[in-house]
Design a binder for this molecule. Structure first.
Ligand code: NAD
Length: 498
């Protein structure tokens, strides 16, 4: 059986912990590989390597650094089919969606080519007699990224692309559930000409993460995962003096106003709720039709569409939705469907009996649709992270605006309407970080920033876009005076601008 180790100093390394996790293929349910789980000593070795390599990379001019990423883009694009195949097998999402996962990551690497421009500082000539003031952006040093299972290509690239373009050495701690693609991306970066030690991969779980959070030579941590762990990582990393941003879970609502084009809204919610089996942090998990008539119409168009979703093995090109990531996760999601029934929600489409012929051990669940969900129910309050859509009927626009605003999460939200005034009011007032107007998955493009509010994001700066360059650099400000501006005599008062 294949065993995944770590990637340290440009080479594969077995690690010393002697501990391993299982990597499944969700579509068959088989254990396809073992993955080494790094201990504190393994992490120390990775950090040492990265620390030794980083000054040389920081001293490499930014255009040359960008050229390595350019070459990487070329290599990764050439290999996209086999990367997508591996991703689909280890994650469970279907092939076309796996390709999207890779492409959205590559778009951020593409944007990272702007580092020479984005890292430029400021300059003020003649701020005083003979005085010039200027600022420069310098890399943090060694930084780490801790990423979730659900985007094993995209989120690692969101992090290492800009971090490396800025001159940092990067340690990626991907999810232990699907480490194959992250390791291959590191190999491709080496093939593209990256010096050894600048992109390292260390596999593992909590012990590995804690070792990164506590290591004094790790200057920055970018985390993406569930909210409780995001908050923990943020707290422990910040307490250790690191720069940290940590992105968490979500409960994304889609408001459907009575004037919306119902067919368009239903088309949109199909992929947004059930794509990747709902295992997306921007997935729509709550639909909020406004008014009884709109809700009835919405449900009558939606329910037959949900029943007709083609569930299949991840590598079947006809499949629209694949299995969930692990059996434990499948059991958890199924448990929520049971709970929703107990709580009194109306289960309009029940995906629980679904069986995938020929793949009886795979982690499949058919699409589920609940109507008449209320905000006090667990299926409304908790992030389920599966193919389960809850419909909460709102009596009017004010209630529809209040629901996502009062939710503890604040990642994404969407409104479907033809009324520009309502859309504008919603975008301005809703207490959520990313808003879609007639767009169900408002994942911003690479050159805008990505980040949720409330329990969906901890820390000050977002991912990708201009914030990425701020996050992965520190600003140094230089005040200089040359002899033409120097007055004779000592001054003991605080210098002020006269
Ligand atoms: P997770 O929180 O279980 O794991 C995320 C990372 O943390 C992994 O690398 C994992 O190994 C590590 N980890 C797990 N337990 C830990 C612990 N006790 N201490 C320290 N580290 C630990 O998340 P997941 O199940 O891999 O991913 C799904 C979650 O990620 C969902 O909640 C989803 O909404 C969220 N997510 C958020 C965003 C976003 O941008 N806000 C994007 C994608 C996914």
């Amino acid at each position: 059986m294949k065993t995944y180790g770590h990637f340290v100093g440009g080479k594969h390394a077995a690690g010393t912990s002697g501990q391993f996790g299982d990597v499944f293929w969700p579509m068959t349910g088989e254990i396809a590989a073992k993955v080494a789980l790094a201990n504190t000593a393994d992490v120390a070795a990775v950090v040492e390597n990265a620390k030794a390599a980083q000054p040389g990379w920081a001293a490499t001019n930014p255009q040359r650094r960008a050229r390595v990423l350019m070459k990487f883009l070329d290599l990764a694009n050439r290999e996209i089919d086999s990367l997508a195949d591996l991703l689909a097998r280890e994650h469970g999402k279907v092939l076309a969606d796996a390709k999207g996962d890779i492409q959205r990551g590559l778009e951020v690497v593409e944007f990272s080519l702007a580092a020479p421009q984005m890292m430029k500082g400021e300059f003020t000539e003649g701020a005083g007699p003979g005085i010039d003031v200027y600022s420069m952006r310098q890399p943090l040093g060694v930084v780490a990224g801790i990423t979730p299972f659900n985007f094993p290509a995209m989120i690692p690239m969101w992090k290492f692309g800009p971090a490396i373009a800025c001159g940092n050495a990067f340690i990626l701690k991907p999810s232990e559930r699907d480490p194959g693609v992250p390791l291959r991306l590191a190999e491709l970066m080496m093939e593209a000409g990256l010096p050894a030690g600048i992109l390292n991969v260390v596999n593992g779980g909590k012990e590995t993460v804690d070792a990164l959070l506590d290591h004094p030579d790790v200057a920055g941590i970018g985390f993406v995962g569930s909210s409780d762990i995001a908050q923990y990582v943020y707290g422990r990393g910040a307490a250790n003096g690191k720069r940290v941003h940590a992105f968490g879970g979500a409960k994304n609502h889609m408001v459907i106003m009575p004037d919306a084009d119902m067919n368009q809204a239903v088309d949109a919610i199909m992929g947004a709720a059930y794509g990747s089996a709902g295992e997306r942090c921007m997935a729509i998990s709550v639909a909020v039709p406004v008014g009884q008539a709109a809700a009835d119409k919405f449900m009558s168009v939606l329910a037959p569409r949900v029943e007709a979703i083609r569930v299949g093995p991840s590598v079947d090109p006809q499949a629209e939705m694949g299995p969930l990531v692990t059996r434990a996760h499948l059991d958890k999601v199924r448990g929520y469907v049971d709970r929703g029934v107990e709580e009194g929600a109306k289960l309009v489409v029940d995906g629980r009996p679904f069986k995938m012929q020929g793949y009886e051990n795979g982690f499949y669940l058919g699409a589920c649709l609940f109507d008449e969900v209320t905000p006090d129910m667990d299926i409304y309050k908790d992030e389920i992270f599966g193919p389960v859509l809850s419909v909460v009927r709102a009596k009017d626009y004010d209630e529809a605006l209040r629901l996502p605003s009062e939710n503890e999460y604040g990642n994404g939200v969407a409104i479907f309407t033809r009324d520009g005034d309502a859309a504008r009011d919603f975008a301005a007032k809703v207490d959520v970080g990313m808003v879609g107007i007639n767009v169900p998955l408002p994942v911003p493009l690479a050159y805008y920033t990505f980040g949720g509010w409330k329990r969906s994001g901890f820390g000050d700066l977002n991912q990708h876009g201009p914030d990425a360059f701020r996050f992965y650099t520190k600003t140094k400000t230089v005040t200089s005076r040359w002899p033409s501006g120097v007055k004779e005599g000592a001054e003991f008062v605080m210098p002020v601008m006269k």
